[in-house]
Design a protein around this ligand. Structure first.
Ligand SMILES: Cc1cc2nc3c(=O)[nH]c(=O)nc-3n(C[C@H](O)[C@H](O)[C@H](O)COP(=O)(O)O)c2cc1C
Length: 377
């Protein structure tokens, strides 16, 4: 890849694909499918490496990991085995040529001076293909593992603001600087080298609340979101437009990405059968219930009907729009997502390595034909 000084090239992931496709969650065991089926995702390194190389070859735009420190229990201990995401990204960037690889970082758990240096290292190794996905966190148990106190919701973003201010200052300042925030008090901060090619990594914030959106509007190039409770593309569309309007009001451009939980098979029936088999008949319901309990969602708090709805939706992982069907159906749904204003989606499969080839061969060419992807040579 030629050295570039064009930040826009980074944000378009060095290609002209109108709609970006990524893979989300492969750094965790079971990925994003809370299922007991034996072919569920291993999350181990050989599989991650093979997947990254396959995705790179296939022209997939990005890999996006989940920041996870503790499993969710159940028979499978859902997401009990995970790779730390900056080192995961760095290893995969070193082994690939074109694909952008994100780290998903809990701002409160990683000191910004250390973080800025790590990100620049990954960015130089990959010649500008490192991306940052910030999460301010929600899982109390994970914070306790670090001896850290989870701030209240607004406080999390207040800290996140200082964290990203310091990060940007480090990347931009040629002179040592002091920083006096409410939370961070730093002296004589300096760090070289700067990110690759005089540009800065693509930064997105994963958050769904209005405060999370505002944080992305102010600080980030993209918002990675599944607007609360959105289970359909129509529900998603309102949230996307709202975030973009907020950015436009500040004279900024904000890309919005979301999550697609894809089951694609030659026929609608096969896709629906497999989806039902994994996500309902053989779901790891104990893990699902543990996750819901952590969010204080129970029949008592939300009512029996809503609880059952949330339960079924949760088995797809932590949110996301299920896209279940044959290749034409999947392309139709992705086209609707693009029309709703999404810049791209992070896709999850039950088994990424086994399912990506069919998606690559049957869905991607159709997306090229409808103009959402560049024609590949
Ligand atoms: C699309 C999306 C992806 C997320 N990914 C992670 C993750 O990988 N790890 C994590 O701990 N939290 C993740 N979160 C949860 C955020 O940490 C959590 O939402 C945070 O508190 C932001 O708050 P908000 O959603 O209320 O704005 C994600 C949230 C969204 C919407």
């Amino acid at each position: 890849m030629a050295e570039t000084e064009r930040t826009d090239d980074r944000y378009s992931m060095y290609n002209n694909n109108a709609f970006k496709l990524g893979l989300f969650g492969a750094n965790c065991s079971s990925g994003r499918a809370i299922t007991k089926v034996p072919e569920r995702w291993s999350g181990n390194w050989p599989d991650n490496l093979a997947l990254a190389r396959m995705a790179d070859e296939a022209g997939i735009d990005f890999l996006l990991p989940i920041g996870r420190w503790k499993g969710y229990g159940g028979e499978t201990n859902y997401q009990g085995e995970t790779y730390e995401t900056v080192t995961w990204a760095t290893g995969l960037l070193a082994a690939t040529k074109r694909i952008t690889v994100f780290a998903t970082v809990h701002a409160p758990l990683l000191h910004p001076v250390f973080a800025a240096k790590q990100f620049v290292t990954a960015d130089h190794i990959s010649q500008g293909r490192f991306g940052l996905n910030i999460v301010c966190g929600w899982n109390e148990g994970e914070f306790k593992m670090f001896g850290a106190t989870q701030r209240d919701h607004e406080g999390r973003y207040e800290y996140g603001q200082e964290w990203i201010d310091v990060l940007r200052l480090i990347w931009q300042s040629d002179e040592p600087f002091d920083y006096q925030g409410r939370h961070l008090k730093l002296e004589g901060v300096c760090a070289d080298p700067k990110p690759f090619g005089g540009t800065q990594p693509l930064i997105m914030n994963a958050g769904a609340s209005p405060t999370g959106q505002a944080f992305a509007v102010k600080n980030c190039d993209a918002l990675f979101s599944t607007p609360r409770g959105a289970e359909t593309i129509e529900e998603l569309a309102d949230g996307i437009q709202h975030a973009k309007d907020l950015a436009a009001r500040d004279g900024r451009k904000l890309d919005v990405y979301s999550v697609g939980v894809v089951t694609c098979r030659p026929t609608m029936e096969e896709a629906k059968d497999y989806h039902r088999h994994c996500i309902i008949d053989d779901a790891d319901w104990d893990a699902v219930d543990n996750i819901l309990a952590m969010k204080d969602i129970s029949p008592e708090t939300v009512g029996a009907e809503m609880f059952e709805r949330r339960r079924r939706h949760q088995a797809h992982g932590m949110g996301g729009i299920p896209i279940v069907g044959d290749p034409d159906f999947v392309v139709g749904e992705i086209t609707r997502m693009a029309s709703a204003g999404l810049r791209g989606i992070g896709i999850s499969f039950v088994n990424y390595l086994e399912e990506l080839p069919y998606f690559r061969d049957e869905v991607v060419p159709r997306l090229e034909r409808v103009g959402l992807r560049e024609k590949r040579r």
